[in-house]
Every structure is written in C-alpha cells, then in structure tokens.
Ligand binder design. Structure first.
Ligand code: ADP
Ligand code: MG
Length: 292
C-alpha cells in the first residue's frame, strides 16, 4: 500500500470521528467478513437505569435496594452505577461495604453493616449453592423485554431481584442494517443472560448470539473463528473487552469506553456509534481498491 493513500484515508476517517491507528488496521479491515459486537455500551447506551426491585417474603424492598446499592458503590460496572443512582434518586442513605469483591462477569459480594450481601447473575448464585427458581418466571418476563436482572442475596438467602434497562443507541439499528448490506455477519457476544441477549438481538436482526460469555471467552470465541479462516473484527467498550479487541484481526473501540479498550484497538470510534464502522469499511474498500 502506498503511504499517501493510507494517509488520505486516515485523515478522512479522523474528520468523521473514525480514528485508524495504522495502515495495517485499514488493510485488514477490508478483508473482514465477521463482526463481533459487545452488547452493553456498544449496541446499547451503556447508561442503564434501575427499573424494578422486588423482594422475597421476609425481605423489604427499600432495605434490599439500600443493601444492594451500598455494596455496588465499590464497583465501576455500568450496572452498579445504575443501582447506586436508582437508590440515591429514591433518597436512600447508603452504608459503607466491607470485604468487597467484584467477580468478573458474575457480580459483587461483600458485607454491609453486619449482613453478607451478594448481587449478580445466575452464575454467581449458583457458585454460592443457591438457585433462583422462585424468581425465575418474574426474571424471564423482564429479560424478554431486554432488561438485565440481578439476584440479591442477603445472609445467604435469595432476597429478591433488581432489574435494569439499557436502551439501544439511536444509531444502532441503521448501522446494523448497513453493515449487513456490506456483507458482514454480525455476532453479539455478551456477559449478559441468554434471554436478555436474544431479546436485544432480535430487535436488531443480529445473526448470532453468544450469551453468558466471560471476558476471556470473548477472545477464545474470536480465536476459534480465526482457526476456521474467518476474518474477525470485534467492537467493544469495556475493560472486559480488551483481550478480545487485541485478539481480533481488527479491534474497534468505542471512544466513549475504557482507555484500555482504546489502547487494544486498531480503530476507535470517537462518538461511540457503530455507524463509524460503516464509514471505516467504505474507506478501507475505496483505499485498497485505489492502491491495487
Ligand atoms: P457485558 O458483556 O454485557 O458488558 P459483563 O461481562 O460485564 O457484561 O457482565 C456480565 C453479567 O455479570 C452482567 O449482566 C451481570 O448480571 C453480572 N455482573 C457483572 N458485574 C456486576 C455488578 N457490578 N453488579 C451486578 N451484576 C454484575
Ligand atoms: Mg460493554
């Protein structure tokens, strides 16, 4: 590739908020046939909102939210922010947590006042030897609406659930449509629950869904596809996505996301909208065509 046309392309990209790190990223991007996308913060706003708290018999809704939010103050996860904000908006006085621990892709555990508290997905409570059967119907109704449901455990007992909704970005549906028109296969990979993931994917016409994926498994999913000869781009925003962004033939970070994601990526979408990928793809095609 001649440096001049690459420079023209990267310059044009920059003007529209698509930062291309080097010639290699641009050259490779033209050969991509599959795009893996993270859900939270990539397809969705990544600014989730608390929409429900339900308590099991023997537990009180407000107290449950207070305990959950007190624990989540120690977490930087967008879901945690939603729960803390939700509690603050309801005027709750939060306590400080002790022995706080974040369990990647699963949730958080710790102690608030004298109570052990845990908050997270089914994998987390399964690890604790619990099952969420009494809440599964309620949880599924919410997941079918695309909401993320987290179980709250207090004193070793399932105490209730909190539900959080994260709207799809306004730019996402059109971007997915255009990416399909450009011939890409689109796979969603998310740490979230299967049902929630399927609900979001169905709305967007995404080709394939891998749910309940741990961060290290996102990179493995990409490696497996690459072994079959697939050329893979990965778009993500989180600290969790960094290994996958590095593994992909081209990593695409949301400019609105974590610094480590941006460092791991070959392309950064300044505005954090997927329509930047459509532009990058067209730029790559035009540039490589001109060079040949
Ligand atoms: P994603 O791939 O969608 O960005 P993550 O891998 O970060 O998701 O998280 C996967 C799941 O683990 C979440 O959907 C949630 O159920 C649970 N989880 C992770 N972090 C937290 C937290 N701080 N509080 C509660 N649940 C959490
Ligand atoms: Mg994310």
């Amino acid at each position: 590739a001649t440096p001049m046309s690459i420079m023209t392309a990267t310059g044009r990209g920059a003007q529209v908020g698509v930062l291309i790190k080097n010639a290699e990223a641009l050259e490779r991007f033209e050969t991509i046939d599959t795009l893996i996308v993270d859900k939270t913060g990539t397809l969705t706003e990544g600014k989730p909102r608390l929409v429900a708290v339900t308590a099991e018999p023997g537990f009180e809704q407000t107290e449950l939210l207070r305990l959950a939010a007190s624990l989540e103050r120690g977490s930087e996860h967008p879901l945690a922010e939603a729960i803390v904000r939700g509690a603050e908006e309801r005027g709750l006085e939060l306590a400080s947590a002790e022995d706080f621990e974040a369990i990647t892709g699963k949730g958080v555990i710790g102690r608030v006042a004298d109570k052990s508290v845990a908050l997270g997905n089914l994998a987390l409570i399964t690890d604790m030897g619990l099952d969420g059967r009494s809440l599964s119907e309620q949880a599924n109704v919410r997941r079918d609406d695309g909401e993320t449901v987290m179980f709250v455990v207090v004193g070793g007992q399932i105490a209730g659930l909190v539900a959080v909704a994260d709207p799809i970005k306004e730019s996402t549906p059109d971007a997915i449509r255009s990416l399909h028109e450009l011939g890409l296969t689109i796979i969603m990979a998310t740490g979230d629950n299967e049902r929630t993931a399927q609900a979001v994917a169905a709305r967007l016409g995404i080709d394939e869904v891998r749910a309940g994926v741990l961060p290290e498994d996102k990179a493995k999913l990409i490696r497996d596809l690459q072994m079959k000869g697939t050329k893979v781009a990965m778009a993500g925003d989180g600290v969790n996505d960094a290994p996958a962004l590095a593994q992909a033939d081209v990593g695409i970070a949301m400019g609105t996301g974590a610094d480590v994601a941006i460092e791991s990526a070959g392309i950064t979408l300044v505005r954090g909208n997927l329509d930047g990928i459509v532009r990058a793809r067209r730029l790559a095609q035009v540039t490589m065509r001109n060079i040949r």
